[in-house]
Design a protein around this ligand. Sequence first.
Ligand code: ZN
Length: 399
Amino acid sequence: MGRLRVLEALHHVGQSSRSELTRLTGLSRATVSSIVTDLLSAGLIREGADTADPRTRPTGRPAQSLTLIPSAAFAVAADIGHHHVRVAVCDLHGNPIWDTAVGNDTDRAPSETLDLTADLIHQALREKGIAIADVLGLGVDIAVPVRAADGVLEAHGIMPGWVGLRPGRELEQRTGLTTWIANDADAGALAERLYGAGRGTSDMIYIRLSTGIGAGILSGGRPLTGAGGLAGEFGHILADPRGPICRCGNRGCLETVAGSAAIARLLEHSWGRRVTVPDLLRLIDEGEKGAVRALEDAAERVGFVLANLVTVLNPEFIVVGGDLAAAGPKLFEPMERAIRRYALAPAAEDVTVVPGELGDQAEVRGAAGMVLAHAPRILAGRRVAAERGDDRHDPIGAD
Ligand SMILES: [Zn+2]
C-alpha cells in the first residue's frame, strides 16, 4: 500500500523529493525512505537529473529529485481508424518509442483489422526487445462509440461489420495483454490534456474534425462520459434539420455538413470528378476558391454548434484536432467568429480555441495514457509478485 502511494505520487507529479513524497503520501519519513530505497534497487525509480540514457545511474552528490525510470515498463497502444491502424509503444512517461501507421479498410474487414493490429503489436515488441512482463497493458481507441461497461461497439450505421464485436476482448485473446478500449475522440482528449494543448486545465472540449467528427469533454477535471460512456458524440448534433440523412440514421447531423468527406463531396458534386480528403486539404492550402468557401461554411457550422456547448459547459479551452485542423486560420477564423457570435458572451470570453499539439499522434498516445493511468497499481503489484517469485519474463512472440 505504501509503495502504491509513492508510485502514484511520482506518476502524478513527475518528479519529487523524499520530503515532498512524505507530504504527498501522508506516510512517515522513515517509511518513505525505506520504500524509496526499495524502488531504487528494483530499478523502478531513479535519483537526480534526467540523463540521456534513462538506465544510467547518476553519480556524484545525491540529488533531491526522484522520478520513475521511463523504461521500467511500457504501454502498448492501438488506434483503429476507418482507413488506418496505428500501433505505438510508449514508455512510463507517455513518450512513444515505436510508432507505425498502416493504411487499412477497417469498416469492411473487422477480423483482418484485428489480426493486423495484433501483428503490429508483436512486431513492435520484437523490434524493441520488450518482454511481455514489462508491458503494463494495451490501450485501444476506435472510430465508433464504445459502451464503457462492456466494451461493446455502438457501430450501427458507422461501421456495420463491427456491430456486436468486442475488439478489446478480441485483442486480449490475440496478444495476452490486459486491454482497455475507448472511442478515438475520448483518447485524443486524454492525450491533449496529459501531454498537449490542454495541459493543466480542468475544463476543456477536444474536437476531432475528420471524416467523422467527435469530441471528448473534460468538465471540472473529470471526463464527461454519460451513463453508458457515449457522451461527446458531437458529430451527430443536429446542424440542419433538412440536411442529408446521416449514417447514424438521423438527418442533418453536423458530420453530414462539416466532416472532411462531406466537404469533399460538395466539390465532387460541382466539379464532376473524385475529390479525396488529401485532395481537399491540398486545394485549401493552395487557396482554391471553392474549396476554401466550402471549408469556411463548414467551419461556421462547427462554430455554431460549439457555441451551444460553450454556453452549456463554459470550457477554458477548445482544442481542435483531426485532419481539418491542418487548414489553420481558414478553419479557425470562421469557427471562432461563430462561437463569439452565438455563445453567451461571458462564456465566449472565457474560452480559447487552439489547435491540438499532438497532431495525428493524439489518439494513439491517449490510448497509451489509459494504460499508464493504471501504472502505479500494476507496478506495485508486480513488485509483490516478484518477491513471491512468480514473475515471468517470457518475451512475446518468442515461441
Ligand atoms: Zn448522425
